[in-house]
Write a protein that binds this ligand. Structure first.
Ligand code: A3P
Length: 368
């Protein structure tokens, strides 16, 4: 009897267990689906269009609280949002470099918009004269720089798409936040040039914190300054850690100065004209004496200045990157605004971190 009971109870376990397991599994799946829907709501649709396989891959990556989306994932050694990873994979698979391509690279909030404006105006100065005061049809007057120089990851390869680049005029000019280690395989062709703009980490952090809190969807809770600062110091920021991003391009610029030009935001603020000349020479289109006499260098600097760009209607009222308003791209445009935000102990922590990570590399900053 005991034996029969035992046998029958053994038998019943799987009979009951199978449907229970199936129900539990189904409930688990429904819960996951619900969580995904919540996530999608929180991310303002950032999870839309991701395949099951891609989500599985995401689930296998280390993740941390995101700034603008629910999570940042550690992908190829840097922190990134899900949609950016999707675009980067497509870019790495499909992008074919051409000999004269120019790639502008930055970590976000280092002055990307400014460098795009300068590079576009410089390279297209024979088509669009920056000097003529009657020139009201210069593209920069009616288009945001992000529409003139597209990002690989936000525009061209967004949603994992494959763009048709055949109609682009030479030199094709692109932009990216991808760290050098993940970019290099896609740009290894003689003649492809990279311009990196670096900004001191103190101002970059404050600029990022302001920007992200201005553009994030209301359903994502704001990142407090203290929380954001801690994430930043731990390297958890889009395309960070910031020190690795900067060092990747810095080292390459030392190794191959003909391939990578390393510029600093603070230097551009201090002396835009000589940096513009450096940029022109690096890109193989130096200013002639006659151009200098005619005031072309100054005209480009003025056209691309913070004051000028900020006041243009297109930069006050339109949207260029994803669905974010252009006006948030032009905040203060100053060096050392961080002193208005960071406490002495925060400043000390960041300085020690910069010292630890960048000390001895030759990469130094001006903070004021
Ligand atoms: P602040 O937030 O400190 O004002 P990015 O273009 O990489 O998003 O960087 C944005 C930062 O560059 C912002 O810094 C913004 O104000 C500043 N900026 C935008 N256009 C500029 C320009 N023409 N000259 C100088 N700074 C500019």
């Amino acid at each position: 009897m005991t034996k029969t009971m035992a046998t029958s109870s053994i038998k019943t376990i799987p009979i009951i267990a199978i449907p229970n397991f199936a129900i539990c599994h189904k409930l688990e799946l429904l819960k996951e689906e619900g969580e995904r829907r919540d996530l999608k709501r929180q991310e303002g649709g950032d999870e839309e269009g991701l395949s099951y396989e891609f989500r599985e891959m995401l689930d296998s990556l280390p993740k941390e609280r995101g700034w603008r989306t629910r999570y940042l994932y550690l992908f190829q050694g840097f922190w990134c949002q899900s949609k950016e990873i999707q675009a980067i994979i497509s870019f790495q698979k499909h992008f074919q470099p051409l000999q004269n391509d120019v790639v502008i690279a930055t970590i976000p909030k280092s002055g990307t918009t400014w460098l795009k404006a300068l590079t576009f105006t410089l390279l297209n100065r024979y088509r669009f004269d920056p000097v003529s005061s009657t020139n009201t049809d210069h593209p920069l007057l009616t288009s945001n720089p992000h529409d003139l120089v597209p990002f690989f990851e936000y525009k061209l390869y967004a949603n994992g798409g494959v763009p048709d680049l055949s109609g682009l005029a030479s030199p094709r000019t692109f932009a990216t936040h991808i760290p050098f280690g993940s970019l290099k395989g896609s740009i290894e062709k003689p003649g492809v040039k990279v311009v990196y703009l670096c900004r001191n980490p103190f101002d970059t952090f404050i600029s990022s914190w302001h920007y992200i809190n201005s553009i994030k969807s209301e359903s994502v809770s704001p990142v407090s300054l203290d929380e954001g600062f801690d994430l930043y110091c731990r390297g958890v920021i889009g395309f960070g850690p910031f020190w690795e991003h900067m060092l990747g391009y810095w080292r390459e610029s030392l190794k191959r100065p003909e391939k990578v030009l390393f510029l600093r935001y603070e230097d551009l603020k201090e002396d835009i004209e000589s940096n513009l000349k450096r940029l022109a020479s690096f890109l193989g289109v130096p200013f002639t004496d006659e151009e200098e006499r005619k005031g072309v260098v100054k005209a480009i600097s003025d056209l691309c200045s913070f004051k000028n760009l900020k006041k243009l209607e297109v930069n006050k009222s339109s949207k260029s990157i994803k669905n974010f308003e252009n006006r948030h791209l032009f905040r203060k445009g100053e060096v050392s605004d961080w002193v208005n935000y960071l406490s002495p102990s925060q400043a000390e922590r960041l300085l020690a971190l910069v010292d630890d990570k960048l000390g001895g590399t030759g990469l130094t900053f001006r903070y004021s």
